[in-house]
Ligand binder design. Structure first.
Ligand SMILES: [Zn+2]
Length: 236
C-alpha cells in the first residue's frame, strides 16, 4: 500500500521526547492518574518502563534469535488473524491478548491502516527492521508474561485513593501502566528506536479517515449516508 503520511513534522517533537516524557503523556490519559502527585507519577512511569524492559530481556535471553511470533508459539500462545471490525466505540484495535485459552488476536484491518500510514522511510525511522505485526505481537506477549507470573501486576503496584471514610480507603490501580510497560517491552525486545506509542501518532490521520469511512458505510439510510458523506468529506 502507498503511504498516507507525508507530513512528519510531529516526529521532530517525538524524537526529542524521552521515554519518560512519552510515558507521562500516556499516564495523563488514565482517568485516575491525576490523583497521584508528580513524584508518584514519575516513579510509576519509571517502574512501568523498567518492568517492560526487564521482562523483554528475560524472554530475549530465553528465546534468543526468535521473533515475537516464534516466542508466542514456544509459550503455547496461538496467534490468530481476524477480519473483525477493528473499531469498538472510540477504540481502534490492532491486537488483543486473551488469557483463556492464551492467545493473541491480530486485527488485520486495524493493522492495515497502520501499515498504510507507516511505510517506506517512515517505517524504517520508527520501526527499524521490525514490522507492525512484530510490535503488536510483542506488546501482547508482555500482557501474557504478566498474566502468568507471580507478583503484583504493574497496574496495581501504584494505587491511588478514590475516597475514604474514617479509616476505610477505596483504592484503584492505574491501568495505563500496563500499556506503558507493554510498549517498553516491545521497544526492548525488538530494539525499536522509539516507544511504540509513536505509532499511534503516525496512524492517527489514516485511522480517522478510515473511521469516517466506516461510519459512512454503517449509516443505513440514503439521507443519512448523504449527510455522513458531507460531514466526513467522503467521495461516493
Ligand atoms: Zn496492551
Amino acid at each position: 500500500m502507498a503511504g498516507a503520511v507525508t507530513d512528519v513534522s510531529w516526529l521532530t517533537g517525538i524524537e526529542r521526547a524521552s521515554p519518560q516524557a512519552l510515558g507521562l503523556a500516556m499516564l495523563a490519559t488514565d482517568p485516575h492518574a491525576w490523583r497521584l502527585d508528580r513524584s508518584a507519577q514519575l516513579a510509576a512511569v519509571s517502574d512501568a518502563l523498567a518492568d517492560g524492559a526487564t521482562t523483554a530481556r528475560n524472554l530475549h535471553d530465553r528465546f534468543a534469535g526468535l521473533r515475537p511470533r516464534g516466542i508466542a508459539l514456544e509459550l503455547g500462545l496461538a496467534v490468530e488473524a481476524t477480519d473483525d471490525d477493528p473499531l469498538v466505540g472510540s477504540i481502534w484495535r490492532f491486537a488483543e491478548y486473551r488469557p483463556r485459552p492464551p492467545s493473541i488476536k491480530l486485527y488485520d484491518r486495524g493493522l492495515a491502516a497502520l501499515e498504510y500510514a507507516v511505510c517506506g522511510s517512515l517505517a524504517k525511522r520508527l520501526l527499524g527492521s521490525a514490522t507492525p505485526q512484530d510490535v503488536f505481537i510483542a506488546h501482547e506477549l508482555y500482557h501474557h508474561a504478566e498474566a502468568i507470573r507471580t507478583g503484583v501486576p504493574i497496574a496495581r503496584r501504584h494505587q491511588t485513593t478514590l475516597f475514604r471514610i474514617g479509616s476505610w480507603h477505596w483504592q484503584t490501580g492505574i491501568a495505563v501502566l500496563a500499556e506503558i510497560a507493554a510498549g517498553a517491552f516491545a521497544q526492548s525486545l525488538l530494539d525499536l528506536p522509539y516507544h511504540p506509542r509513536v505509532l499511534d501518532f503516525a496512524a492517527l490521520d489514516a485511522i480517522s479517515k478510515l473511521r469516517h469511512r466506516l461510519d459512512y458505510d454503517r449509516t443505513p439510510t440514503r439521507e443519512g449516508r448523504s449527510e455522513a458523506r458531507k460531514e466526513n468529506n467522503i467521495a461516493k
